[in-house]
Design a binder for this molecule. Structure first.
Ligand SMILES: [Zn+2]
Length: 93
């Protein structure tokens, strides 16, 4: 009893499985190519195994691309990226 409770607690803490919720949560990072290798591998392997998530990512990406094609709209993500690039180039001087 205590052992199984501990196992449950561990699972909650460590969360080794990458599930559908994780995928949806990280979808914008994936589409923005801001994901690091380890996360990216988990993300893509789940996406390949899960038709629902595969569809979700396609839809999400299409939505983001459409939003970016609209003129005179800079998203918060774009703005953040520009700021980061600026900081990086100033730091290299
Ligand atoms: Zn899934």
């Amino acid at each position: 009893m205590a052992k199984s409770l501990f196992g449950w607690f561990n699972r909650r803490q460590a969360k080794p499985e990458f599930d559908c919720d994780d995928l949806k949560e990280n979808c914008s990072d994936y589409v923005d190519s801001e994901m690091v290798n380890e996360e990216l591998a988990k993300f893509e392997s789940h996406m390949n195994d899960c038709p629902d998530c595969s569809t979700f990512v396609k839809t999400f990406r299409a939505t983001v691309m459409t939003a970016r094609d609209l003129p005179s709209r800079i998203s918060a993500q774009d703005l953040k990226k520009r700021i980061q690039e600026r900081i990086a180039s100033e730091g290299n001087r």
